[in-house]
Design a protein around this ligand. Structure first.
Ligand SMILES: [Zn+2]
Length: 118
């Protein structure tokens, strides 16, 4: 269950950026290739922050579809499975264009002021 260690990393980064201020909401961007199960992530988050300074902090996640562009037929396709093959011609000579993201987009501290991490 790698979601629990992900939550640990998210919590640490968020606390660092908040520098002691209360955190209300964390926005994440997670690519399809990361194979994160949304329900598991939420569950692990609640377990991880229970009894900590982050208790009650909402986790908003944008899940990004996996896309590859094919160097053979030049088409860009969205992948259902984490297999690096062109969805058009089946070729393996592809470049991943999205789906590998794992970013904390913003952290809302105190009175809903969003702090940009990137
Ligand atoms: Zn192709």
């Amino acid at each position: 269950m790698h979601e629990l260690s992900l939550c640990g990393a998210i919590a640490e980064t968020a606390l660092e950026h908040a520098a002691g201020r209360p955190i209300e909401r964390i926005r994440l961007r997670i690519g399809h290739f990361r194979q994160v199960v949304p329900e598991t992530l939420q569950f692990c988050w609640e377990v991880r922050v229970d009894g900590t300074a982050l208790e009650g902090c909402a986790l908003d996640v944008d899940y990004v579809a996996a896309q590859v562009s094919c160097n053979g037929c030049r088409s860009t396709t969205t992948l259902e499975h984490p297999l690096l093959l062109c969805g058009s011609c089946g070729g393996a000579d592809v470049t991943m264009t999205s789906g590998d993201e794992f970013l904390i987009e913003s952290i809302e501290v105190g009175s809903a002021r969003a702090k940009q991490v990137r």
